[in-house]
Design a protein around this ligand. Structure first.
Ligand code: TXA
Ligand code: MG
Length: 334
């Protein structure tokens, strides 16, 4: 294990908290993916995140809080619907976009009047509590790469960075981002649309397709309409493996293509894996929860193959978040 990756013991947590308090960067596990954190109230510290990731300045980052007092330090207002969601889902993988306080630097919010906030669970929450300040943290990958679900993934993207190792993350997909007035989903994630509809009913909107404004994979040659992105991050191409990725909507098309291109590597549900040579397949698991948990690691696989072929999953429950990530990783969708 490289010396900059430290097992998340109480001593390592205190060391990480001290780093954040003095304006340095720390990578840490959350229940979703690993985050690259800095003191959210320190503009200079936050700018180090953007520099390290190569992240466009126009893409705001999420602020992590340990308790409701900390939420009050960054959010000027918490509407009643947000309060209900907090009671039900925090600590957990749900991010709320709220009016920001002036204390939050523009670097965090990309100049927007809102700030995205969540209260993570476990090690991440302990770290934020120990640091004593809200922690701004995007996913701890270089901009455009798949999000990290293990400490080794973080070390792959950033050599020399201080990384708290808490093992593989529980969800493996980022938090769901919700905005208000009216309540709507800006990014599909670990909390499903179905769960949120339980709160908001049919009035709940989704505007999570805005990424296409910046990235339009060919869909059978057809260009897509430009849609303005409400969640700026969804505008950029993301999660891209180092090889071309073709996303297949139909199983029979995947099987036919794989047969004609035995040098390709297939990512698919475990039940389909026996249809391919063992050396040319990455089984993602049986349930959609397993597929979600294993997806980003699979997009980083070093297994041989000229191109990556993946199969679409049904767009319901966690399948919506999985499809969002697959579509943004894809160079071609057929
Ligand atoms: O699970 C997660 O959310 C992880 C862990 C580390 O907490 N974080 C994460 O951060 O995924 P990031 O930076 O990779 O994605 C943040 C998303 C982006 O799509 C960004 O545009 C959006 O949240 N966002 C941040 N602030 C926003 C704001 N004020 N209004 C709308 N969208 C915002
Ligand atoms: Mg990210």
């Amino acid at each position: 294990m490289p010396s900059n990756v430290r097992s998340a013991t109480p001593a390592a947590l205190r060391a990480a908290a001290a780093r954040i308090a003095r304006g340095d960067l720390v990578a840490f596990p959350t229940e979703t993916v690993y985050g690259l954190g800095a003191n959210a109230l320190d503009e200079k510290a936050v700018s180090k995140i953007f520099e390290a990731k190569g992240r466009p300045a126009g893409n705001p980052v999420i602020v992590h809080v340990a308790n409701l007092l900390m939420l009050r330090r960054v959010a000027a207002k918490v509407p009643p619907e947000a309060r209900e969601l907090i009671r039900r889902f925090w600590p957990g993988p749900l991010t709320l976009v709220l009016p920001k306080r002036r204390a939050v630097p523009d670097a965090v919010t990309a100049g927007l009047s809102t700030v995205a906030v969540r209260m993570p669970d476990g090690i991440a929450r302990d770290l934020v509590r120990l640091a004593g300040v809200p922690v701004a943290a995007p996913s701890a990958n270089r901009s455009g790469r798949p999000s990290p679900t293990t400490a080794a993934h973080v070390a792959e993207d950033f050599s020399g960075l201080f990384v708290l190792d808490g093992g593989a993350t529980a969800y493996g997909l980022e938090s769901t981002v919700v905005a208000f007035d009216p309540p709507r989903i800006l990014r599909q994630g670990a909390i499903t649309e179905e769960e949120l509809r339980g709160f908001f009913g049919k009035g709940m909107k989704t505007s999570a397709a805005g990424w296409r404004a910046g990235h339009r994979p060919e869909r059978g040659g057809r260009r897509r309409e430009e849609t303005p992105a409400e969640s700026p991050g969804t505008r950029y191409r993301h999660y891209a493996p180092e090889r071309p990725l073709i996303l297949f909507r139909r199983r029979k098309d995947l099987l036919a293509y794989a047969q004609a291109h035995p040098q390709a590597l297939v990512l698919c549900p475990a039940w389909l894996a026996p249809f391919f040579a063992a050396s040319r397949v990455v089984p993602l698991g049986d349930s959609i929860e397993e597929i979600g948990r294993n997806l980003f690691a699979a997009l980083r696989t070093r297994q041989e193959g000229l191109e990556i072929l993946a199969l679409a999953v049904p767009r319901r429950g966690l399948g919506r978040a999985v499809m969002d990530r697959l579509e943004r990783a894809a160079t071609l969708i057929v």
